[in-house]
Ligand binder design. Structure first.
Ligand code: PEP
Ligand code: MG
Length: 895
């Protein structure tokens, strides 16, 4: 006899370590059951079962039987049978993947109700209205989710009934009206599907489970996964749990509670409570919830018990937890817990506070934050000194400052974003269908719902600015406008400023100013709890990291800024940036020179300018290494545009002979594919005097700094080398000039001379190249282009969006290093380079140097440093620290 795999676990069988199998929700329910918290009993069907179903279209063999056993056990425990006619057991059926995907997949409540059990429920609950309200909700949810009836049709029928009764809320419909409504819903289901709403409770359950499996592939779930980089093949578990009811009168209710404030990180229990309501009502924001502290007034005992459970959970998980709970006639039930999502600000504060409270170590605290969150905190905020009066106040649900034009539906936000506009998505409340618009918009503004509404939870998860429940706003989606309580009307296309930190909305674009965190990172002085937490966490990252962090900087100002942000040197000075602007004519003169004398005089004019640049940068980075790369781009990039020149010549009555010469040069130097053309070391070997001038400028700058008592450490870097022969020739020229300057000035000069590794051939022959290189710096921008055989600018503008959409790669290889391809070349070059030259210094100066995920790779690849733009330095320091930590034993999955 073959025994099939275990696809069903009762809550008593699972634990927090089983999130991959039971999903985050299932693992949380199991853990709470083990801790003895009051969890309605139930069981979880595993994500493995979902994967089999998605792959084959059928549940795995054995699953049905195992689920039937678990159900029987549940029925015994509850002393009731599913959908039993007199006292029915009802269950909820909820999705729960490994990573939380709020509102992206389906939930079906009240499974087990039918024409008979609804009467039984009415009798045992003593509340006919409640029973019929539950039944109509089931027909609605099941009809829509399982049977595919358009949800709008149900909404319309409900609205008609309310209008007939002059009712403003669902609450005002009595049992008689709800019976009629339920009948109407069932008719709707029959008319739309040709099938009756199923009366068999077990059929309801089986079909609801399948619908949850199917919802893994719903469009909104796919969009969410793509955005959050959640793998497509995880599948979702399904939780089947005995229903408890928060809508049984005033001694019942439902709520969401956090062990700390998920928006600010402030200590103290925090949440929303909705008396006499079902769980989904809080999230949907259909009625404004009360602050959780009100529960203390309503039922002191329940409030105290909830507080105890929250403390137990936070102590157990050693982190911010959130719970969904229901009070059924004075009895508290916990329906869900997880390590809660939080804003960037809260992440830093909570980690730091827990560390100070000795709940977690400094390493743990560092694990709990990341570079992306830190970067978010460095974004500018609105200048509050402007004295502008807000149009409206709401709940500050997700912090930050955003400016955009008002749009009133998801599609418009997407359409305008594609046209390059920044938008603010304004809705009464959001649902999962608004997800594409929320991604496209800069901010989300709603008129209903609290900090735990869909808009707030999803926006926080995405790091998107959000103000919700903005009091007094009347949003008219059809007319595409909203009006404020003082009568101001804002129409689609009007500019708004949304302050997610203060919870305010303003007309027009407010001025921005540096964030407190941005300022603190420059000054090193904390001004409040948040900045204190950021500095302490970064200090720990600096203590534990092995990777050094340098900056890509081309000016003394950038170098100074980078140094203040913690740069330990410059990993890349792109010298060509010094050839732009007013200096362009000098470069043009060099290109147009038709003999050595003319070229030498053009180069001689450039020399003092470059020397001054290098002197300034070396001064700003005094005592730290500065890696200067010799000119890289093809020279025609410094010439005017071909079309502009041709037009200018054609239009001129007396054409300028210089324009004619320039046009000739542009035509002569034209390349089909400049990225693979005459650039980098190829220029050094073919344009006489260019390398010599640059090396001389560097050497003379070093001498000048030495004479001023400075400590200049210049390193000279040769770009785009493909063979050691190129490097040998360029190196010989460089050494010759260094000795010349040394002899002329009587100053010994020892600048390391290294190369960039940015061609696959360079990586593959790194052992040879290392013979002539004092250091390697990986130019992963070019290395990615040349490994993939594509040009970044062209590809990003053409087929990349489609590739990302189709999952060819989960994230652009220009953003995050492609470990399997480009990454392997890096590892190979490091190993072979170091084998040939022990102690060879290696770094990376492509864009990936500031990317959190890539930094972890570079740490493991054994590089000595990463180099990135100044703004990204704090995040790079943080990630370099995180990369050096051992994996925590209980890595919490908070994404
Ligand atoms: C690189 O190729 O990664 C690099 C840093 O050089 P650039 O971006 O200037 O080509
Ligand atoms: Mg390059």
């Amino acid at each position: 006899m073959t025994t099939s795999a275990q696809y069903v676990y009762t809550f008593a069988e699972g634990s927090r370590d089983m999130a991959a199998l039971l999903g985050g929700k299932g693992a949380g329910l199991a853990e709470m059951t083990r801790l003895g918290l009051p969890v309605p009993p139930g069981f979880t069907i595993t994500a493995d079962a979902c994967r089999v179903y998605l792959a084959t279209g059928q549940e795995p063999s054995g699953m049905g039987l195992q689920a039937a056993h678990a159900l029987a056990e549940l029925e015994t425990a509850m002393g009731r049978s599913l959908g039993g006619p007199d006292d029915p057991l009802l269950v909820s059926v909820r999705s729960g993947a490994r990573f939380s995907m709020p509102g992206m997949m389906e939930t079906i409540l009240d499974v087990g109700l039918n024409d008979r059990s609804v009467t039984g429920l009415a009798k045992v609950s003593g509340d006919e209205r409640f029973a019929w309200d539950s039944y109509r909700r089931l027909v609605q949810m099941f009809g829509h989710t399982v049977m595919g009836v358009d949800g709008e049709l149900f909404d319309r029928a409900l609205a008609d009934h309310k209008a007939r009764r002059g009712a403003s809320g669902d609450h005002e419909l009595d049992a008689g009206e709800l019976i009629l409504l339920t009948d109407e819903y069932k008719d709707l289901v029959r008319a739309q599907t040709g099938e009756d709403f199923p009366q068999d409770p077990e059929e309801q359950l089986a079909r609801a489970v399948r619908a949850v499996f199917d919802s893994w592939n719903a469009e909104r779930a796919r969009i969410y996964r793509r955005r959050e980089h959640i793998p497509e093949d995880l599948g979702t578990a399904v939780n089947i749990q005995a229903m408890v009811f928060g809508n049984l009168g005033h001694d019942s209710g439902t709520g969401v509670a956090f062990t700390r404030d998920p928006a600010t990180g402030e200590r103290g229990v925090y949440g929303d409570y909705l008396p006499d309501a079902q769980g989904e009502d809080v999230v949907a924001g259909v009625r404004d919830a009360l602050p959780l502290t009100e529960l203390k007034r309503i039922d002191r005992g329940v409030y105290a018990e909830l507080g105890d459970h929250l403390r137990t959970l936070e102590g157990h998980y050693r982190d911010l937890c959130d719970v969904e709970f229901t009070v059924e006639r004075g009895k508290l039930w916990i329906l869900q817990t997880r390590v809660g999502k939080r804003t960037a600000e809260a992440a830093f504060r909570i980690a730091h506070d827990l560390c100070r409270e000795n709940v977690i170590t400094a390493d743990d605290a560092l694990h709990r934050v990341d570079g992306t969150a830190l970067t978010r905190l460095m974004f500018p905020r609105f200048d509050t000194g402007s004295g502008d009066r807000p149009l409206a106040h709401g709940v500050p649900a997700s912090p930050g400052a955003a400016v955009g034009v008002a749009v009133f539906d998801s599609a418009e936000a997407v359409r305008r974003a594609a046209a390059g506009d920044r938008t603010v998505l304004v809705r009464r409340e959001t649902t999962a269908d608004d997800l594409p618009g929320m991604i496209a918009a800069q901010a989300v503004l709603t008129s209903r719902g609290g900090k735990t509404s869909h808009a707030a939870v999803v926006a926080r998860g995405m790091g998107k600015v959000c103000v919700c429940g903005a009091e007094g706003l009347i949003v008219d989606t059809e007319a595409r406008l909203f009006t404020t309580s003082s009568g101001v009307t804002v129409r689609e296309g009007d500019t708004l400023s949304v302050d997610g930190t203060a919870g305010t909305v303003h007309r027009g674009a407010l001025p921005l100013t540096a964030s407190d965190v941005g300022r603190t990172l420059q000054t090193g002085t904390a001004t409040d709890a948040l900045t204190g937490a950021v500095l302490a966490t970064l200090a720990h990252a600096d203590e534990v990291r092995r990777l050094q962090v340098r900056a890509n900087a081309d000016t003394p100002e950038d170098a100074t800024r980078a140094r203040a942000l913690g740069a330990q040197g410059i990993g890349l000075v792109r010298t060509e940036h010094m050839f732009l602007g007013e200096r362009r004519p000098l470069i043009e003169a060099m290109i147009l020179a038709d003999d050595d004398t003319a070229r030498d005089s053009a180069l001689a004019a450039l020399l003092p300018l470059q020397r001054a640049d290098f002197t300034g940068i070396l001064a700003a980075m005094d005592g730290l290494p500065v890696t200067v790369r010799l000119i890289d781009p093809p020279l025609h990039e410094f010439l005017p545009d071909h079309v502009d020149l041709a037009v200018r010549l054609a239009r001129a009555a007396h054409p300028d002979p210089r324009d004619r010469a320039l046009l000739d040069a542009v035509e002569r130097m034209h390349e089909q594919n400049p990225m693979l053309g005459l650039r980098g070391v190829r220029l050094a070997l073919t344009v006489p005097g260019l390398t010599a001038m640059q090396v001389r400028a560097i050497a003379e700058a070093v001498v000048s700094r030495l004479r001023d008592g400075g400590q200049p450490y210049a390193e000279i870097m040769i770009p785009l080398v493909g063979t050691v022969e190129e490097l040998r020739l360029a190196r010989a020229e460089t050494e010759r000039v260094l000795s010349e300057v040394s002899a002329e000035t009587g100053t010994p000069l020892s600048c390391p001379i290294g190369t960039m590794i940015e061609l696959p051939r360079a990586a593959l022959t790194a052992g040879r190249i290392a013979e002539a290189a004092d250091f390697f710096s990986f130019g992963t921008n070019d290395l990615t282009q040349t490994t993939w055989g594509l040009s970044r600018d062209d590809a990003e503008a053409s087929f990349f969006p489609r590739y990302l959409e189709r999952g060819v790669f989960p994230v652009s290889p220009f953003e995050t290093i492609d470990r399997d391809g480009v990454g392997r070349l890096v590892e190979l070059a490091v190993a072979e380079g170091r084998a040939a030259r022990p102690g060879l210094e290696t770094g990376i100066c492509g864009e990936h140097g500031g990317d959190p995920d890539s930094i972890h790779f570079f740490h493991r690849a054994g590089l000595d440093y990463v180099s990135c733009s100044p703004f990204r330095i704090p995040a790079a320091r943080l990630e370099a620290g995180r990369a050096a930590l051992p994996e925590p034993a209980d890595a919490s999955e908070t994404r």
